[in-house]
Design a protein around this ligand. Structure first.
Ligand code: FES
Length: 139
């Protein structure tokens, strides 16, 4: 942290004071060649930093928007795209008596027999490149 504090409080102010910024636009014509070169270097470096930050933020924003598209299999943030959409929360209860020796519970939300697995995760995985599978519950 001391390194960053030193950059912000000592090094940057010192460097910025040396940048030959003219008092007015026409003051540019009064600068020497070396001052113009220094000003151009500072302007270019500042532009590069601003452009880099802008493009990085834009890229992250695009990735976020793309990932937030609702209701497209494999591209959205919705897990449940079709099961009981008329309720605010899908919750199921299964008694232990209903479980035989073993039961496969769906974790992909694509099963037509939800909450039980019907193998629909295979098509989901093939379509999206995902790797979800059922929860196997054994007695
Ligand atoms: S159908 Fe969803 S995990 Fe198998």
């Amino acid at each position: 942290m001391d390194f960053y504090r030193r950059i912000v409080t000592e090094i940057l102010p010192d460097k910025l004071q040396r940048v030959p910024v003219p008092d007015s636009f026409f003051g540019i014509f009064k600068l020497s060649v070396s001052e113009l070169a220094s000003l151009a270097l500072f302007t270019g470096a500042s532009g590069f930093v601003v452009y880099s930050v802008y493009t990085t933020c834009q890229l992250k924003l695009d990735q976020y928007r793309k990932a937030s598209k609702p209701n497209s299999v494999g591209k959205g943030t919705l897990v449940n795209i079709s099961w009981r959409k008329d309720v605010s929360k899908v919750a199921d209860t299964i008694s232990a008596d209903e479980i035989g020796e073993k039961v496969a519970m769906c974790r992909c939300w694509r099963s037509k027999k939800f909450p039980y697995c019907d193998g629909s995760h295979n098509q989901h995985n093939a379509t999206t490149g995902d790797n979800v599978g059922p929860l196997l519950v054994k007695k």
